[in-house]
Design a binder for this molecule. Structure first.
Ligand code: 5AD
Ligand code: SF4
Length: 471
């Protein structure tokens, strides 16, 4: 048994990261057995689940979408806010019930939640029926944990930063778009954020390994890749070679895969050269997710964000000027400790200036072990909710106005599948990351087609195909 320790998770040791080849275990022990997986949280977790699925399928398991059918239930969890945490324990109640009827059912919990000591204590005390608990640094050990599992609860969570594994197999959800990790962890330590503790120290993958993966995806026919990291602009800072994100992005663009995207950016490390590369290459999509978090420099300082409102706005305007038709979205937290009405009004002011294409908005949620959780939280719940409501109204208004500008325009859309709401339509995304439902035949799935926009709502566009660019 290996238990997590948040203090150790905070340490940034001098130990150099090792680049290891992952051993992929194959077995037929579980042929005919079924697994069910539920993923919470960010794109990083979604991509980790693709690794988890590959691992358990290599042990013989087959995927099921029906919880009741499963012999193995996997929960890949998120710790970013309290409600993510509550959802997992709520769901676990359902799974516990199932195990009563089916005692041989195996339950495994992984991801960010088990990296927290309090979660492990909770599992040890109240959820003894959970079979396997693993963390973010040892996903690669899951096959072994399953194969070795006897009756006893197994908890294997490490709080020292993991190594970088290459040779990882993924069962990718899509054959059109793919995630590509470029780095793991984060060293920014924004005061509200649990990620530097749950995901550990920043570890960049070597450029040659990333380029090899992108080339392979292109050869397999993928149309789009998204470079993934908690803070992609900091890519390379931990490598010995003098490589930065702009250099990587340019090399990736030169592989000539149709679409290149990246998430998430931090305003602090966003260089002019990055802006230049995004503007220069047609296959680097004109879409940037640029978290603001707050429009008040006082709150930004308390958050440890390392930029002021003015610096953020300067960067924002530079992007808008230099990257033709760029769409910019953001993340905003309301109700951070000491946020006054005036601070909140400054956030609204920045939103009014930036007129974002979209935003994810959150009520501040204290995370145990982070510096902000020790600050006196003076904002009442009802004030937090009112602020969120007001902010969302404004955000939706600008999403709607931005989308309206697309009316009657012809835009390139990468078609990704059949529309959920209407089986006679397909759906895809513009280069600027707008969701579009399109009247077109299903044989355009996987292609970039020209679409005339016929209707624009706050969260999506409607359109009809005009001509196909055979890609
Ligand atoms: N409370 C509320 N929102 C948070 N985020 C991160 N940590 C917290 C927290 N403790 C938000 C930030 C980040 C996004 C992924 O989640 O806005 O950009
Ligand atoms: Fe969290 Fe800040 Fe790192 Fe983003 S940059 S993952 S908000 S610590």
């Amino acid at each position: 048994m290996n238990l997590p320790n948040m203090k150790n998770a905070k340490l940034r040791g001098l130990k150099t990261v090792e680049y290891k080849k992952q051993e992929n275990l194959f077995s037929s022990n579980y042929v005919g057995k079924k697994y069910f997986i539920r993923t919470y949280g960010c794109q990083m977790n979604v991509h980790d689940s693709e690794e988890i699925c590959s691992m358990v399928e290599n042990l013989g398991f087959q995927k099921t979408e029906c919880l009741e059918e499963a012999d193995l239930v996997l929960l890949n969890t998120c710790a970013i806010r309290e409600n993510a945490h509550d959802k997992v324990f709520g769901y676990l109640g359902r799974v516990k019930h199932l195990k009563k009827e089916k005692p041989e059912l195996m339950i495994a919990i992984g991801g960010c939640m088990p990296q927290q000591e309090s979660v492990i204590h909770n599992i040890l005390e109240k959820h003894p029926y959970v079979d396997i608990v693993f963390g973010t640094h040892n996903i690669h050990e899951l096959s072994k944990l399953i194969l070795n599992h006897q009756k006893k609860q197994e908890i294997e969570v490490y709080s020292v930063e993991g190594n970088v594994y290459e040779n990882v197999l993924y069962k990718r959800d899509s054959s059109i778009t793919a995630w590509v990790n470029i780095m793991y962890g984060c060293d920014k330590f924004c005061t509200y954020c649990i990620v530097p503790y749950t995901r550990g120290k920043q570890r960049s993958r070597k450029m040659e390994d990333i380029l090899k993966e992108v080339q392979e995806l292109k050869d397999l026919g993928y149309q789009e890749i998204t470079l993934l990291g908690q803070n992609v602009n900091a890519y390379g800072k931990d490598l010995e070679e003098n490589i930065d994100f702009a250099t990587l992005l340019e090399k990736v663009a030169n592989i000539k895969i149709s679409r290149v995207r990246f998430v998430t950016s931090h305003p602090w490390d966003f260089t002019d050269r990055m802006i230049e590369i995004i503007a220069k290459y047609d296959n680097v999509m004109p879409y940037i997710h640029l978290p603001l978090q707050s429009g008040s420099s006082k709150i930004l300082k308390l958050m440890g964000r390392r930029y002021t409102k003015e610096e953020y706005l300067t960067l924002f305007h530079k992007m808008k000027e230099r990257i033709p038709k760029v769409a910019i979205t953001t993340d905003i937290i309301v109700g951070f400790p000491f946020e006054t009405e005036q601070d909140f009004l400054e956030t609204l002011e920045v939103v009014n200036t930036c007129k974002y294409d979209g935003a994810y908005t959150f009520i501040y949620s204290p995370r145990e072990g982070t510096p902000a959780s020790k600050m006196k939280d003076e904002v009442s719940n009802s004030v937090k909710e009112d602020r969120l409501h007001l902010l969302n109204r404004l955000i939706n208004q600008y999403s709607f106005e931005n989308n309206q500008k697309y009316l009657n325009k012809v835009v390139p859309v990468l078609i990704q599948g059949v529309s959920e709401k209407d089986q006679n339509k397909v759906y895809g995304y513009t280069d600027t990351m707008k969701l579009v439902n399109v009247i077109a035949d299903q044989d355009v799935i996987g292609k970039i087609i020209s679409v005339k926009i016929t209707d624009a709502k706050s969260f999506s566009l409607d359109g009809e195909m005009v001509v196909t660019n055979q890609k």
